[in-house]
Ligand binder design. Structure first.
Ligand SMILES: Cc1ncc(COP(=O)(O)O)c(C=O)c1O
Length: 390
């Protein structure tokens, strides 16, 4: 039986599944043996819970080469982290440059901020989903303060040029926010080396942690004193004051954290490190190549994106001409036990860029547990659907 319990799970870009057994074990251990609220009480269970949170902070900092574990702020997901990065740093009159391959987790807060006097410039990507760093530089104006970029498309997997844009942002003294929802864990990311000031990551996708985990890494160039939290409340620190603490990470982590999730995330990161990001990536890219070759040979099937394995993640989008994406995905589920995601994938901007708006596409996204046999079975299934409409 395959590790996904009989189904073929190709929806890892939404959330990875299955999770490594050590993730479940760490969460069960925390729940049954520790369970306490970290940083709130002095008893030993609370101290142990605090240790788990700190160890996870250290693991994340080391994994992404953050300047300091205390500059890792935990939240529930990448969306919360992106909201904190944008709303916490931008002020009326500021201009932000972003790309046309952004997820709504970036586009929606930016559109909301526009109503508060923040200007947004969207740099158009190519129909394959690639972004030219020169186009980003050309869009910089005197009032530009930030470049906010998705590291990889969640529709066609195209990698956006983070190191190049990071260098440009640094040259012009702009803040550089990277949405690593689709790359964190699957692709090497070096916050300090790539001149990233704000890295939004999610724990539940390719870091293989549980849902409800994620966060923001805040680089040295972001002045904590100028950062505005998006949620205020108890932190377990400076409890004599009614004002929010003014130091990281506490100022941005009000309320009880998801300790059980963080226990799982720490185990997940250890699991990735033991295997190696490059090792997991080469397995996933092998499967991606196999799937791309197979899909391209099918008719009438259109595969989107640049189809260049060196410039993408393990995410593929396609359509069967004459069959709606939602219908294809439903039939893959019901008739072939294949789990995938159709539609617009929370990113109308990307679908406009690649020419699939408003119909959307069928998306396959691989994870570490998928196999070559699964790819063969999926290609047979898509082939059968394609044959029907030929
Ligand atoms: C590119 C991108 N950014 C952000 C997000 C949001 O991630 P989360 O669900 O962890 O908030 C996603 C989720 O699909 C994504 O693909």
């Amino acid at each position: 039986m395959n590790p996904s319990g009989g189904v073929i799970y190709l929806d890892n870009a939404a959330t990875s599944w299955p999770k490594p057994p050590c993730v479940m074990e760490a969460m069960a251990r925390f729940t049954s043996e520790i369970g306490a609220n970290p940083g709130r009480s002095g008893h030993r269970l609370s101290v142990e819970a605090g240790r788990i949170v700190y160890r996870t902070r250290e693991a994340v900092a080391e994994f992404f080469n953050a300047p300091d574990p205390l500059r890792v702020v935990f939240g529930h997901n990448a969306t919360e982290a992106i909201n904190l990065a944008l709303k916490g740093t931008l002020r009326p009159g500021d201009r932000v440059i972003t790309s046309s391959m952004e997820h709504n987790s970036t586009m929606r807060p930016l559109r909301a901020l526009e109503r508060q006097g923040i200007e947004v410039t969207v740099v158009r990507c190519s129909p394959e989903g690639y972004l030219s760093p020169a186009d980003v530089e050309a869009a910089i104006r005197r009032d530009t303060v930030m470049v906010a970029l998705n590291h990889a498309s969640n529709v066609v997997g195209s990698l956006l040029p983070v190191p190049e844009v990071g260098a440009i942002a640094r040259k012009h003294d702009l803040l550089f926010l990277v949405d690593a929802a689709q790359t964190g864990g699957a692709y090497p990311i070096d916050v300090q080396g790539d001149a990233i000031d704000l890295l939004a990551f999610t724990g539940h996708k390719l870091l293989y942690g549980p849902t409800g985990t994620g966060g923001l890494i805040i680089g040295d160039r972001v002045d904590a004193a100028r950062l505005e939290p998006i949620i205020y409340g108890g932190t377990g620190s400076r409890s004599e004051r009614e004002q929010q603490p003014d130091f990281l990470p506490d100022m941005c982590e009000s309320g009880t954290p998801n300790v059980v999730g963080l226990a799982g995330l720490e185990a997940a990161i250890r699991w990735i490190r033991e295997r190696g990001v490059e090792h997991i990536r080469s397995h996933e890219m092998f499967l991606t190549g196999q799937m791309l070759r197979g899909l391209k040979a099918l008719s009438p099937v259109t595969v989107y994106g640049g189809l260049d394995l060196s410039r993408q993640t393990a995410t593929i989008s396609f359509n069967i001409t004459g069959m709606q994406a939602s219908q294809a995905a439903a039939r893959l589920d019901e008739e072939f036990d294949i789990m995938c995601r159709p539609g617009l994938h929370c990113t109308p901007a990307s679908h406009r860029t690649i020419g699939t708006f408003p119909e959307g596409s069928v998306r396959f996204s691989f994870g570490a547990f998928n196999t070559a046999e699964e790819v063969d079975a999926v290609l047979l299934a898509v082939g059968k659907l394609a044959q029907e409409v030929r």
